[in-house]
Design a binder for this molecule. Structure first.
Ligand code: ATP
Length: 441
């Protein structure tokens, strides 16, 4: 499948079936801002729930946090964002287009070759100038420079400035971590590729505080755990790889950094970063706030500023990864069957209950089963249209199981369970359907 058509098909499926809509569509849309529809919100929630479960609830050494989006403006001076959270922006005077200089292949205008083959050299690029990506707004009624505050460009800083609060209110000792999921905002120069790069997005970040000297070991441990988490989402392993940041790519705060990359239809791209941020952030907050942020280690009697290992993933990016990885087309009986092969844990609907026809007690039996199943997981009831069409509709939104009540069900007390990927059908006693599905979900 050609690259662009695959993304086009995915975007169109997302809209048609209620995964993702363009923001403010009735007004012509807002550039690179997207809304999650009924199925999208379930899908993204499942991704976030799985992350929260693995990172917070299943571990004794990580606490959760939900810090506010608005923070004291000094936070962003201390973090280095006011001075340095910039991307180099270039304009093409010929094409009147704007780009991020560090993403331009061969420092050439990418518009030209496709528009006018052979005229590449006539493009006239400006020198790069630095553009700060933080969104600014004003706190209170007076719009002067003293009232400027920012929409956070990352969730991490909310964790750093709270680390002693969390430490003192929980029974944690170093090494320990703080995790949060929340919105972040970046005024990206070239957003795009659907929900891959947007100006408003959600991050799932965990900051792990360790004793200096133990950072390398924890860095490696977290690399392993994070890649395993993506594997467990059911993503194609060959489409995941590591990218190590070379010296010129390393952020100002980082001592070591690896990205987990996924092979999207538009190429290999970062979905998560794992960084050794050293004591950079705590040192800066200590300096700018004038408050001591050291940790006292009882066992050794030492005081130190912890080092921080960060794992930072985009909830929207992981959701796009899950969508792109799930999309499959196959020819079945002369028709194209589109199947979203979601791992059952992220599938927005786990099972559909379908009465074959609306008579002979089938709707009643199906409703009873539906009401029973929906107490345990998300279900969908569909009693209209040809059964084949109903199956296809469920394939397209990635529902792993369809349970059909047919004419025989009233006689033998059995239903047909159809598997999404193989289309294999099995007869199962109605009383056992719940257990059967639970085992497989
Ligand atoms: P890039 O180089 O792609 O701009 P980055 O290296 O600045 O990304 P980080 O600051 O490390 O990204 O952010 C951590 C994670 O947050 C990324 O791996 C990504 O999943 C997510 N993320 C960052 N920027 C965006 C965005 N504009 N839209 C959606 N997700 C984003």
């Amino acid at each position: 499948m050609a690259t662009q058509t695959l993304m086009d098909k995915l975007v169109s499926l997302c809209k048609r079936r209620g995964f993702v809509f363009q923001s403010s569509e009735v007004y012509g849309g807002l550039g690179s801002v997207w809304d999650y529809g009924p199925l999208g919100v379930e899908l993204k929630r499942n991704v976030k729930d799985r992350w929260w479960r693995a990172m917070v609830q299943a571990r004794d050494d990580i606490e959760g946090l939900d810090a506010a989006i608005l923070m004291h403006p000094k936070v962003w001076e201390a973090s280095g964002h006011v001075a340095g959270f910039t991307d180099p922006l270039v304009d093409c005077r010929t094409c009147k287009a704007r780009f991020r200089a560090d993403k331009l292949p061969d420092a050439q205008c990418p518009q030209k070759p496709s528009k006018h083959p052979g005229e590449h050299s006539t493009c006239d690029l400006t020198e790069p100038r630095l553009f700060n990506l933080m969104f600014k707004t004003f706190m209170g009624p007076v719009e002067d420079s003293a009232a400027v505050i920012y929409l956070r460009p990352e969730t991490a800083q909310g964790i750093y400035v709270n680390y002693l609060n969390v430490l003192n209110s929980s029974r944690q000792k170093i090494p320990f971590g703080i995790a949060q999921i929340g919105k972040a905002f970046r005024n990206e120069i070239t957003p795009g590729n659907f929900i891959f790069r947007t100006r408003e997005f959600e991050q799932m970040e965990m900051q792990f505080f360790v004793k200096p000297g133990q950072d390398d070991e924890w860095f490696e441990r977290w690399r392993g755990l994070r890649m395993a988490w993506h594997y467990d989402l059911g993503l194609t392993r060959d489409k995941l790889r590591w990218h190590q940041h070379g010296p010129t790519e390393l952020a100002h705060y980082a001592r070591a950094a690896y990205d987990i990359e996924y092979e999207f239809p538009f190429g290999w791209q970062e979905i998560e970063g794992i960084h050794n941020r050293t004591d950079f952030d705590l040192k800066r907050h200590q300096e700018y706030s004038g408050k001591k942020l050291e940790y006292f280690e009882q066992a050794s009697g030492e005081r130190f500023l912890p080092y921080i290992i960060e794992t930072s993933a985009g909830a929207d990016r992981v959701t796009l990864t899950v969508l792109a990885d799930a999309y499959h087309e196959e020819e079945v009986e002369g028709e194209t069957r589109v199947v979203m092969r979601f791992h059952p844990v992220v599938a927005p609907i786990k099972a559909a209950v379908l009465p074959l026809v609306n008579k002979d007690r089938m709707p009643e039996m199906a409703t009873e089963l539906y009401n029973d199943l929906r107490k345990h997981f998300t279900c969908f009831f569909d009693d209209s249209g040809a059964i084949g069409r109903r199956y296809r509709r469920m394939d397209e939104v990635g529902t792993p199981f369809c349970v059909t009540i047919d004419g025989q069900s009233a006689e033998d007390g059995q239903a047909t369970v159809r598997h999404r990927d193989t289309m294999v059908q099995e007869r199962i006693a109605i009383g056992q359907v719940l257990g059967y599905l639970q085992e497989r979900l």
